[in-house]
Write a protein that binds this ligand. Structure first.
Ligand SMILES: CC(C)(COP(=O)(O)OP(=O)(O)OC[C@H]1O[C@@H](n2cnc3c(N)ncnc32)[C@H](O)[C@@H]1OP(=O)(O)O)[C@@H](O)C(=O)NCCC(=O)NCCS
Length: 362
């Protein structure tokens, strides 16, 4: 039996941080409202493209695996916010890395994108079609937000995380997964005018509406992730208490706590880093995984459980058996180009656009 073991991991967080207090200067909100309801204190705003974030996370993952980009057979970029749709974002990553041999594609399952991509990559390795695949979750959601809508603008941020998976004979990598979609509710998390459905040359060009029914998403997220985690544990024949660490999608700390409670898992067994980054969609799981490794919370041969949900409403869960190595083979020293502006300065133009477009839209 061939397994697809995770041999490298890396993340890239842009430096400009937008705090809840910063948001309070541009909309009617506050840290007192946001933090207790979501667990979020700040989020990052990127000064570079989605593909630039993805590329640096990928370079760090490659160094960690001790692998040359030329050895990659595939690159999957999970994103709902690619810099361009044509060509895909993964081709920009291939070009920047010089991974000439790799087949490349973007995968859009919104916040569940990384879990979907990891499943797909694992299948490609297990069927023998590929040996080494780079799987990235990267988002630049701050480019999509309607800064005049406080219910959504406070939740999201930018970032990227990546892993390398390689064929192995040792039982490791993703050993069970369950993916699905609750499309009956696809309208409750919806950016209707981002894509070819949008009316070209419309007056509100540049403003993306963000349909979002927070409480309904919350309920369906808990149900979707709860059922998916139950299914993968049953598939793998692993009891909930055998899971060493849960690395969930970071959308809301209360959703994470509810999931942990359903599994009877103490919060010490759950990786939570939403406080500083908010919801970075497809990037939350690989970023959280990297930080769990950095903090020494992933032990050799341990069981990790991940679960996510997102627009669609896609949902998924996966059980990962970690390999022997929990430290990088090498580190990559490269950094992003310097950012000369504050987070508020980076979004100022978009904030003004949203505020001006709103009255006309009403
Ligand atoms: C978004 C979420 C935090 C909202 O919490 P909530 O307790 O459901 O809050 P509500 O939407 O009911 O809003 C309660 C009040 O707060 C107000 N409010 C909403 N956003 C606010 C903000 N950022 N600051 C201050 N007040 C806000 C609302 O206008 C409403 O006021 P009203 O009662 O006068 O009408 C919560 O529903 C949630 O996390 N849902 C999951 C969504 C998610 O994570 N999606 C990611 C998908 S991947």
């Amino acid at each position: 039996m061939t397994y697809a073991t995770i041999t490298g991991w890396g993340k890239c967080l842009p430096p400009a941080s937008l705090t809840n207090d910063d948001l309070g200067t541009i909309m009617d909100t506050s840290d007192e409202w946001i933090y207790p309801r979501t667990g979020i204190k700040a989020r990052r705003v990127s000064h570079v493209s989605t593909q630039a974030l993805a590329t640096l996370a990928a370079r760090r993952a490659l160094a960690c695996a001790g692998l040359d980009a030329a050895a990659l057979d595939g690159i999957i970029l999970a994103t709902a916010t690619p810099g361009t749709l044509v060509p895909n974002g993964a081709s920009a990553v291939q070009q920047a890395l010089g991974a000439h041999k790799a087949a490349v594609f973007d995968l859009n399952a919104a916040c569940t994108g990384f879990v979907y991509a990891l499943s797909v990559a694992t299948s490609l390795v297990q069927t023998g079609m590929m040996q080494r695949v780079l799987v990235i979750g990267a988002e630049r959601l701050t480019q999509l937000l309607d800064w005049a809508k406080r219910d959504t603008a406070v939740l999201f941020g930018d970032g990227a995380g990546a892993v390398i998976i390689e064929a192995s004979k040792q039982e490791s990598g993703l050993i069970a997964s369950k993916l699905g979609c609750d499309s009956e509710a696809r309208e409750i998390l919806h950016v209707p005018n981002f894509g070819t459905d949008r009316v070209r040359f419309a007056d509100i060009d540049g403003l993306f509406t963000f349909n979002f029914e927070g409480q309904e998403i919350f309920k369906r997220a808990v149900r979707g992730m709860g059922e998916a985690t139950g299914t993968v544990l049953a598939q793998a024949g692993i009891a909930p208490e055998q899971v060493d660490l849960i690395v969930p999608h970071q959308a809301n700390v209360r959703i994470i706590e509810t999931l942990a409670k359903r599994m009877n898992a103490p919060m010490e067994k759950v990786m939570v880093n939403i406080e500083q980054y908010g919801n970075t969609s497809a990037a939350t799981v690989p970023i959280a995984l990297c930080e769990a490794l950095e903090q020494g919370r992933v032990k050799p041969n341990s069981y990790l459980l991940t679960a996510a949900f997102g627009a669609g409403l896609t949902w998924g869960a996966a059980l990962i058996k970690w390999g022997d190595r929990v430290t990088p083979i090498a580190n990559c020293d490269e950094v992003l180009p310097p950012c000369e502006q504050s987070a508020l300065e980076l979004i100022a133009h978009a904030v003004q656009g949203c505020q001006q477009a709103r009255p006309a839209d009403a």
